[in-house]
Design a protein around this ligand. Sequence first.
Ligand SMILES: [Zn+2]
Length: 303
Amino acid sequence: MASRPVHLMIVGAHPADVFDQAGGTLAHHIEQGDRVTALIVSTGSRSHDWQNIDEKIRRGGDLDYEQMVAASREKKLAEVQRGCAILGITDIRTLDHDDDMEMLTQELVIEIGEQIREVKPDILITHHPHEDGGYKLHGSVGQAVLYAYRYADGAGRTKTRPHRVRSIYLMNPLVVDHGAGLGSLGTGRVDLFVDITDVIDKKIRAMDCIASQYYGGPYSRKRAEVEDGGMGYHAEVPYAEAFQRFFPWVCYTLPISDFELHKMEETSEETMVRRSCLLAHQVPLPPDSEWPEYSIDKDLYNY
Ligand SMILES: [Zn+2]
């Protein structure tokens, strides 16, 4: 742990990205007195308002979709502000880009770079640049951030003072290798897991705020179990978030945590008790949560 409070800046492609892969970790930093700035590149209103997209599926060309996209911008920003507030994050910025065709461009790099120079973070967190091969927004934003930190280092194009970041973490690096086809470039490797068991309820309640993507309710709990619980399974803790460092860690000695020392002493039973801890389903559903029953229709699988 650093000897002074640090300032973290997370750059996410879509609104919920600023906490869905790292929200528990950010909550820990807030609790220990660090600062967090969340930068959202896109509004998410065109591709990530699934309620609106469903409406277009139901009504086709009969509706003014551009008006719905404009209205969605405010709705999605309000959702993410509520979610971030639960985690203690209040400094939320958006670049307000449209969100379905974002590519790696010089303009995007400069915009993010100028934000880095203004915020002056100690730690940057973003998407893995090879997520889905870099051909969709997560990968494009991850790549833009990795150019932008270099832009922020240098003279730049404005009068803002250069700012050097030497601690960059890539979120959920395993998603690179879980992707299909070109997404599997073999570069994703988990360097560290953050145990978020003590804040998994906060993270679930933050996810509940993203109603435009039907996250509120059972999905948030299921997702916490399979995603954060899945990372936890590998880390041998109940719930975890995974990161890959962009730069190697420079230390005076080899780092080892008390958790690693503790694990050497514990019994297999103690390990299994910890790994089997189920918390997500115990977080109460939002009061207005309505979710239809689902049962598998095996006839759909006939071929
Ligand atoms: Zn996203």
